[in-house]
Design a binder for this molecule. Structure first.
Ligand code: NDP
Length: 241
């Protein structure tokens, strides 16, 4: 897959899956527009791959829209940034619930609106990949706000695929299993819990950020020209168990 001459906006590009995606895209010729919260991460990424950078807190809707507008035009969009919180359902607060909805669902909506408006105004076609999770299909204990946000992201993506697909913009979700990033350390450091999860993955290992990034690149590329509206597990077979 060659992305020479293509610009790609990647959110959450500072760490984990987003950083791996930004680096893989740059290695294949893309001009990366890296967006995340921590300026240090953006500086170190820019030193590595020479990308444009935008620092923003995606929990802030107005700042998110301004950042999206500043990032345009872009040929493709990867809505990867996400956050998690571990609370039992009975302890979950409205504040935590709202924060996860804001970062994991509302921000991708705003990004995609400005991306699509910009593409349509230029008469361009395009593609969006939203990074969801197997948590949209499964009721993992202590992940109520996260599972709800990823289920909402899948639903949002299907509507986007329906409306934007008709305008030449493909929209797909990927739904990774545990992926070895800083977020996974937060959510899966309990060995017994991680072992139970791993035992359901026939391929016998968690995903690497690069194994997820390569699927994102495929879905963005013209190789996936007939794919629209998917919620695609990237899970080593977890979902068949
Ligand atoms: P990481 O925590 O490793 O990286 C997330 C990136 O998103 C960081 O650069 C982070 O910046 C940024 N980010 C988080 N919150 C905000 C915010 N409010 N505003 C701006 N940027 C923000 O996560 P992963 O790479 O693991 O996750 C990437 C995506 O993949 C997420 O959507 C996640 O839900 C999903 N996913 C992850 C899985 C896993 O096991 N790791 C499994 C399935 C899905 P900062 O560090 O500065 O906060």
């Amino acid at each position: 897959m060659d992305f020479s001459g293509k610009s790609v906006l990647v959110t959450g590009a500072g760490k984990g899956i987003g950083r791996a995606t930004a680096k893989m895209l740059a290695a294949r010729g893309a001009e990366v527009i890296a967006l995340t919260r921590s300026q240090d991460d953006l500086d170190s990424l820019a030193a590595e791959i020479g990308c444009r950078t935008i620092a923003v807190d995606l929990a802030d809707a107005e700042a998110t829209r301004a950042a999206a507008l500043a990032a345009m035009p872009a040929d493709y969009l990867v809505n990867n940034a996400g956050t998690t919180a571990l609370d039992s359902f009975l302890d979950l607060t409205p504040e935590t619930f709202d924060l996860l909805q804001a970062v994991n669902v509302r921000a991708p909506m705003i990004m995609a609106q400005e991306y699509a408006r910009s593409a349509l105004a230029r008469g361009a076609k395009g593609a969006i990949v939203n990074v969801s999770s197997v948590s949209s299909f499964i009721g993992f204990a202590d992940h109520a706000a996260y599972c709800a946000s990823k289920g909402a992201l899948d639903g949002l993506s299907r509507v986007m695929a329906n409306e934007l697909g008709r305008l030449g913009i493909r929209v797909n979700c990927i739904n990774p299993t545990v992926t070895l990033t800083p977020m996974a350390v937060k959510a899966w450091s309990d060995e017994e819990k991680a072992g139970r999860m791993l035992s359901r993955i026939p391929l016998g290992h968690f995903a690497s950020p690069e194994e997820v990034a390569s699927v994102i690149l495929f879905l963005l590329s013209d190789e996936a020209s007939m794919l629209n509206g998917l919620a695609m597990p990237v899970d080593g077979g977890f979902m068949i168990n």
